[in-house]
Design a protein. Structure first.
Length: 126
């Protein structure tokens, strides 16, 4: 049930932003993986996306600590779920781009868990 009224200001979903040690490197990985161009780039922030669509942002954090998933000592906080048609082919492509296969794979016939170059877990799912 929506509680927004005609007098409420419009709110648009713009992006999800990931903390990381190197925004340009993480943007390169996701830009190539998802075919998204850079729409904004500074020394400490890079945004990927297309006009009118939500994007992915990458923000430089000093002393960044990657998530320790599945151990929760450094929580993952968020992760992406990406739909694919072929798990093996997509996984090989993402590993070639810099991803790493996570040690824990609960449902490998349906879903693969990978870690991006900054250590964020993400899933590829049939």
């Amino acid at each position: 049930m929506s509680t927004q009224t005609d007098t409420d200001p419009a709110i648009r979903y713009l992006a999800v932003t990931f903390d990381c040690p190197d925004p340009a490197e993480l943007a390169r990985f996701y830009g190539e993986a998802l075919g998204l161009p850079v729409t904004l780039s500074t020394d400490g922030f890079v945004l990927l996306g297309r006009e009118g669509s939500p994007g992915l942002g990458f923000y430089r954090v000093e002393d960044y600590q990657p998530p320790s998933w599945p151990d929760s000592s450094v929580p993952k906080q968020a992760h992406l779920e990406l739909g694919v048609e072929d798990l093996d082919t997509t996984q090989a492509r993402l590993i070639a781009l810099g991803a790493v296969e996570a040690e824990v794979q609960p449902l490998p016939e349906r879903r693969r868990i990978l870690l991006d170059p900054a250590g964020h877990p993400f899933c590829i799912i049939l």
